[in-house]
Design a protein around this ligand. Structure first.
Ligand code: ATP
Length: 233
């Protein structure tokens, strides 16, 4: 579904992605783990079209995305739930969800909203309240639900567990794991390597702008180098 080949990206003169190769197949949950500053967010920005690519290719469902602007990528089914959530705090929960469906005017929007509320009942209870009043975990749920309202075939998630209490982290990972049943392919970027690898099919480890290891998530969790460097085990 998504293939990244030799991807390079820079901020000014400083290159931060030095040739990333990565693949996500339809129906998979793939995670990219790595320390702060490894380049995970930059990678996702290149995929969503908000960061320039200096070399390499991004192919999504058979099309080279090189010349495709960010808004058109969403139309093609590639949606991002950005780091830091970026929900509209003054708008209600429901208004935030409707914004996620801005591409659509059909009846399915209401069904998608009902689906989102079934997935996250707390959002239904608070649907008319300003999103700024939600807790951190609830805001993260809203960010994921809003991205799903865009009917993506592939969802890019940037650090969804960031800043959440342990119980909520577990809940968020459970929700992401469930996306498989909804036919949504997921590329999950996380510093919480253990949580991410537990729900993922495959994983990539990034260090200073390069992929240093990759493989089935179960193998990565069992690998002594990963256990020591990323899992604190
Ligand atoms: P984090 O978990 O903190 O988001 P990350 O793995 O996502 O880390 P990036 O945010 O992609 O890493 O950053 C990769 C490198 O690029 C880092 O060295 C960072 O300092 C640098 N960087 C990120 N954003 C910018 C920017 N806007 N201008 C200049 N350098 C940047």
């Amino acid at each position: 579904m998504l293939t990244v080949e030799g991807l390079r990206s820079r901020y000014g003169r400083i290159e931060v992605l030095h040739g990333i190769d990565l693949q996500v197949d339809s129906g998979e949950i793939v995670t990219v783990v790595g320390a702060n500053g490894a380049g995970k967010t930059t990678l996702l920005k290149c995929l969503s079209g908000t960061q320039p690519v200096s070399d390499g290719r991004i192919v999504f469902r058979g099309d080279n995305l090189g010349a495709v602007p960010a808004h058109a990528r969403l139309k093609r089914g590639l949606a991002q739930s950005p780091e830091g959530r970026q929900i509209f705090t003054n708008l209600s929960v429901e208004e935030n969800l409707r914004l996620g469906a801005f591409l659509y005017t059909d009846d399915r929007v209401d069904r998608d909203m009902a689906d989102a509320f079934a997935m996250f009942p707390i959002l239904k209870d608070k649907r008319h309240l300003p999103a700024g009043g939600l807790s951190g975990g609830q805001q993260q749920m809203l960010a994921i639900a809003r991205a799903l309202m865009g009917r993506p075939s592939c969802l890019l998630l940037d650090e969804p567990s960031m800043g959440l209490a342990p119980l909520l982290v577990a809940q968020i990972f459970e929700v992401i794991g469930d996306l498989k049943r909804r036919d949504v392919t997921v590329l999950l970027v996380e510093q919480n390597a253990f949580g991410a690898l537990k729900i993922a099919d495959r994983g990539y480890v990034m260090e200073t702008g390069r992929v240093t290891m990759s493989g089935p998530a179960a193998e990565l969790i069992a690998d002594p180098r990963i256990r020591e460097a990323y899992l604190g085990l």
